[in-house]
Write a protein that binds this ligand. Structure first.
Ligand code: C2E
Ligand code: SIN
Ligand code: SIN
Ligand code: FE
Ligand code: FE
Length: 547
């Protein structure tokens, strides 16, 4: 008998422990090249040894045991697959203990194909919520049930009351298993969406049915306004409750948030210390209500409010389950907000980079005595041509940055040479020819601009290998640079220089045509002439109609 009881107690303790720690997520953000861009600060605690998992390292190298193949990752990046999940991976921590991980791979922004991936790492060790663990628990339960039923024979000859206790214990365990499954479904709802409303509705629906109450609502804290705003309200009779906004510190809800403690009123008619006139209890005609603060990482993120139209007599399991649900709702709010912040800071960063690049580009034009229209004309023309050559939007973005900054290396060239109103001497020309290398030295250390280097570094290479700085030949020259070279020379020759007048359009096209296969890639010349002149014969006056 005592043995059976201790088995029951141990098992219950385990279930309680499982239910008390429900959520432990970390993430790894990966760029379109599958390189790690950012990891969440708690990655170490979730993943264990993270020496290899750091910004700049490719995901397939960092976690090659899980992501050895790029195929699936790329499918998700390009929206061919919505997401995928590697479940229940066991991994040894540095101290030798095993823990279980689930990896969920999702596109960071499903609307922007090919942009970035998010790898959500979930430590499921403590939850025991994986399919396999649940199965194992079912096995334990049936062993326990077997033990209990054989104990029943013995018990029958003893006290009837003891039998009833055991039956009750058995039912409790079954109920807990059922609730664990509900919590697990919530976890899936949270992971499957980045929409707070959807995640909280799933949690509220589970909570309302599992706790068997009439009313269940979740309010989210809005720190600047110091209000709690209803995101979901199930079972409310009054429409007011669906959109309620409560000030911090006011009513049962605002007070639970301010005081950071659960306000419990299992029977409002018996209680003296409670606000009988609380608008929520009144409007909804409640006889019992609980207001539970949602706290994540020490911060108030909302309140879970439940109500019932008759009194409640909650047992410990009910209260524990309520607490677990509140923990889950808090983590949902916290993790979805963190995800939104992450997305926002990505956009802000990209905007800041773009403004910086445009500022530099303008500064270069001013020093070079170029007009702004020169840089924007070559940039837009080049973008149009590479798009027609089949580049992806991401590649085109790098081409744009490269074109805007194509002569950034000229910041290393003294004014006496750059602004010279005459032909350059051999020595001066030697220095001028360094500008692509200066561009390489300036941009290479800037990770974000490294993919944009093709044009600044290679725009003076020539198809026949006679260009500079490296004397690259043919397709050794990046496509973007081959196309840009045509556009740059077209624009340079069409413009006045201190040392010569701009050429007429027809003379420029004739020159470009004459350099096809020597200075320029013949295909780049064909593409350029087809787009710019509409492939009309050289004598046709329409060629002057430049875009
Ligand atoms: P840029 O003026 O923007 O010229 C870009 C490219 O257009 C030149 O690259 C060249 O391929 C072509 N191009 C420009 N002007 C002429 C021209 O009058 N005739 C011919 N056939 N092609 C021309 P390149 O030659 O590598 O020159 C790079 C940069 O060096 C030029 O950029 C310009 O800033 C400077 N530069 C080149 N030649 C002279 C020069 O004689 N005097 C001065 N002051 N600067 C020069
Ligand atoms: C890289 O460093 O190759 C990636 C940078 C980016 O995608 O902007
Ligand atoms: C690029 O220039 O950005 C890619 C195209 C290529 O290098 O062929
Ligand atoms: Fe240049
Ligand atoms: Fe230029």
């Amino acid at each position: 008998m005592d043995d059976h009881n201790s088995v029951t107690l141990k098992f219950e303790a385990r279930l309680a422990q499982v239910a008390s720690e429900l959520y432990d997520l970390a993430y790894i953000q990966v760029d379109a090249n599958l390189s790690i861009v950012r990891v969440s600060p708690n990655l170490l605690s979730v993943l264990g040894n993270t020496d290899q998992v750091a910004a700049g390292i490719r995901l397939t190298d960092a976690l090659d045991e899980f992501f050895g193949s790029e195929q699936t990752l790329r499918s998700i990046l390009h929206n061919e697959l919505p997401s995928f999940k590697i479940e229940n991976i066991n991994r040894a921590r540095p101290d030798g203990s095993l823990h279980y991980l689930t990896f969920h791979v999702l596109p960071l922004d499903p609307d922007q194909t090919g942009s970035a991936l998010l790898v959500v790492v979930e430590d499921v060790t403590r939850f025991g919520l994986t399919e396999q663990n649940l199965l194992q628990k079912r096995n334990e339960l049936s062993i326990l049930q077997g033990a209990l039923s054989s104990a029943n024979a013995e018990l029958d000859r003893r006290v009837e009351q003891r039998t009833a206790e055991l039956v009750e214990a058995k039912q409790k365990i079954e109920l807990q298993l059922f609730r664990l499954q509900a919590l697990r479904e919530n976890d899936h709802a949270i992971l499957g969406t980045t929409d707070l409303r959807v995640a909280l509705r799933a949690i509220a629906e589970q909570a309302k049915s599992q706790l068997s109450v009439d009313l269940m609502s979740i309010l989210v804290f809005n720190p600047p306004l110091l209000t709690l705003e209803t995101v979901v309200a199930l079972g409310a009779q009054s429409l007011d409750l669906q959109t309620a906004r409560v000030n911090l510190g006011e009513s049962m809800i605002g007070r639970a948030a301010l005081d950071r403690r659960t306000l419990s009123f299992p029977d409002l008619t018996e209680s003296i210390a409670i606000p009988q006139d609380d608008p929520w209890a009144q409007i909804e005609n409640l006889q019992a209500c609980y207001s539970v603060p949602l706290i994540a990482k020490g911060n108030i993120v909302g309140v879970l409010f439940l109500g019932h139209r008759s009194w409640l007599r909650p047992n410990q399991e009910w209260l524990d389950f309520l607490e677990s649900l509140a923990g889950q709702a808090a983590m949902a709010i916290e993790s979805i907000r963190a995800f939104e912040d992450l997305q926002r800071s990505n956009y802000e960063l990209a905007l800041a980079y773009n403004r910086t690049i445009e500022g530099w580009s303008r500064a270069l034009d001013l020093r070079d005595r170029e007009t702004k229209s020169h840089t924007s004309r070559v940039t837009e023309t080049t973008m149009m041509l590479v798009r027609m050559a089949g580049m992806t939007e991401k590649e085109i973005m790098h081409v744009k940055h490269g074109a805007l900054l194509h002569d950034i290396g000229k910041v290393g060239i003294p004014d006496s040479i750059l602004l010279r109103e005459d032909k350059l001497t051999d020595d001066q020309w030697e220095i001028m020819r360094r500008h692509p290398v200066y561009a390489y030295e300036m941009l290479f250390p800037i990770e974000y601009l490294r993919p944009a280097l093709d044009i600044p570094y290679c725009h003076h290479e020539r198809w026949d290998g006679s260009g500079y700085p490296r004397g690259l030949k043919g397709e050794e020259i990046p496509l973007a640079a081959r196309i840009f070279a045509v556009v740059d020379v077209w624009d340079a020759l069409s413009s006045d220089r201190p040392y010569r007048q701009g050429w007429p359009a027809e003379k420029v096209y004739e020159y470009i045509r004459s350099q096809s296969g020597t200075h320029f890639d013949p295909q780049a010349v064909d593409l350029f002439l087809r787009v710019i002149t509409g492939e009309t014969p050289a004598s046709d006056p329409k060629i002057n109609n430049l875009p």
